[in-house]
Ligand binder design. Structure first.
Ligand SMILES: NC(=O)c1ccc[n+]([C@@H]2O[C@H](COP(=O)([O-])OP(=O)(O)OC[C@H]3O[C@@H](n4cnc5c(N)ncnc54)[C@H](O)[C@@H]3O)[C@@H](O)[C@H]2O)c1
Length: 323
C-alpha cells in the first residue's frame, strides 16, 4: 500500500471524490493517475498493452514518491478495467492519454463518448490536436470533449492547458478547470484551437531563434543553453516573462518598459529568422548537444532536473501565490 498526495491538492471528502477514468497508462497516463489518486479520487484505468496494470501500479508508486506525496491516498483506490467501455462506464471525468495519432485518438474518443455517462467531462492530453479534430467521430455529446494538456514531467509540473471546442459549454469548461485546480494543477483556458496550444508555441518561438543562431554560427548550442538557464530562465521559473518585464520598468512598470524599450525590441523581433530543420541544421544541433552533454548520464541528469524542480516548486509555495 503506497501513500501519496500532492502538496497543492485540496483533499477531497469521500462525498466529493470523483470517479476518474484514465485511458492509456503510459508516461502521461501514469502521471495523471498519480495526481488524481493523490487528491483522494477513485481511478479506473484501461490500457490494452500486456502488463499495463502492473506497470501502472509501479509507476504510480514511483511518481508518488518522487513528487514527495504524503498521507491519505492509496493504490487501493486504483482499479484496472478489462475494456475501455468498462473503464469509463461510471466516470465523472475521463482523461485520455493514448498514442498521438489522430485516427487512433478519434476512435478512442468516439468510444469513450459512447460509453461514458453523458454528464462526464472528457479531456485529452494531446500535445498537438484540437478538440474539433478529436471529437470528429463522437456523436453522443462531442462538446464535452476538451483538451487538457499537461507538461512533462507531468507528475511534477503544475501547468495544464484547457482547450474547448466551439461546441463546449461554459459549464464543462469550468468543471475541467476546477477539477484540475482541485488536484493542485495550474490550469489556463486557451480560447482558440491552435496547433501546439500555447506553452509549446512559446517554446517554439524560442527554439526557432535558438536554432537560427546556431545555424548562423553566432553561438554554440551550449551557449544558447547558458544564455537561458543562467539568464532569463532563472527568473521565468519565478515570474512569467510579462510580469517579469513590468518589473524592469521600476515604478513606471510595463508602461515605462514598453515606451522606453518597445521600439528597439520591435527591431529585434523583426530581425528574427525562420528556420527549416534540414539535415544540415539537425546535424549541427545534435552534435552541439552531444558535445555539451558529453560526460553526462541522461538518467542522472533527469533525476537532478526533477529534484531541483521539486525544490523550485516548494520555494514558490513557501513564498506564497505568485502570478
Ligand atoms: N510525453 C510527453 O512529454 C507528453 C507531454 C504532454 C502530453 N503528451 C500527450 O500524452 C499522450 C500520451 O503520451 P505518452 O507520452 O504517455 O505516450 P506513451 O506511449 O507512453 O503511452 C501511450 C499509451 O497508450 C496506450 N494505448 C494504445 N492504444 C490504446 C487504446 N486503444 N486504448 C487505451 N490505451 C491505448 C499504449 O499501450 C500506451 O501505454 C499523447 O497524446 C501525448 O501527445 C505527452
Amino acid at each position: 500500500m503506497s501513500a501519496i498526495t500532492s502538496a497543492d491538492a485540496v483533499p477531497v471528502s469521500s462525498k466529493a471524490a470523483l470517479n476518474v477514468a484514465i485511458i492509456g497508462t503510459g508516461v502521461i497516463g501514469a502521471a495523471w493517475a498519480t495526481g488524481f489518486l493523490a487528491a483522494g479520487h477513485t481511478v479506473t484505468a484501461f490500457d490494452p498493452a500486456d502488463g499495463a496494470d502492473e506497470r501502472l501500479r509501479k509507476q504510480v508508486s514511483n511518481f508518488g514518491a518522487e513528487a514527495d506525496a504524503c498521507t491519505t491516498t492509496v493504490l487501493d483506490n486504483l482499479t484496472f478495467a478489462p475494456s475501455l467501455a468498462e473503464a469509463v462506464a461510471n466516470a465523472d471525468f475521463v482523461q485520455e492519454n493514448g498514442p498521438e495519432r489522430l485516427e487512433v485518438k478519434q476512435s478512442m474518443l468516439a468510444e469513450i463518448d459512447a460509453a461514458a455517462p453523458e454528464a462526464a467531462v472528457i479531456a485529452s492530453s494531446t500535445s498537438g490536436f484540437s478538440p474539433s479534430q478529436l471529437n470528429a467521430l463522437a456523436s453522443k455529446a462531442p462538446g464535452r470533449i476538451v483538451v487538457g494538456h499537461p507538461f512533462n514531467p507531468a507528475h511534477l509540473v503544475p501547468l495544464v492547458e484547457v482547450v474547448p471546442s466551439t461546441g463546449t459549454s461554459a459549464e464543462v469548461i469550468e468543471r475541467a478547470m476546477e477539477t484540475y485546480r482541485a488536484i493542485g494543477k495550474k490550469p489556463i483556458l486557451v480560447r482558440a484551437e491552435l496547433p501546439g496550444h500555447v506553452a509549446n508555441r512559446l517554446q517554439a518561438a524560442m527554439w526557432q531563434e535558438a536554432y537560427s543562431l546556431v545555424d548562423r554560427g553566432v553561438v554554440s548550442v551550449a551557449d544558447i543553453d547558458t544564455a537561458i538557464s543562467y539568464g532569463p530562465g532563472l527568473r521565468w521559473a519565478i515570474l512569467g516573462p510579462l510580469a517579469q518585464q513590468s518589473l524592469s520598468g521600476g515604478a513606471g512598470g510595463m508602461r515605462h518598459v514598453l515606451d522606453h524599450l518597445g521600439p528597439p525590441q520591435e527591431v529585434w523581433m523583426h530581425d528574427l529568422k525562420q528556420v527549416h530543420l534540414d539535415e544540415d541544421l539537425k546535424e549541427k544541433l545534435i552534435s552541439g548537444v552531444d558535445e555539451e552533454l558529453e560526460d553526462r548520464d541522461p538518467t542522472v541528469l533527469t533525476k537532478q532536473r526533477d529534484d531541483m524542480l521539486l525544490e523550485v516548486i516548494a520555494l514558490k509555495r513557501k513564498y506564497g501565490e505568485l502570478p
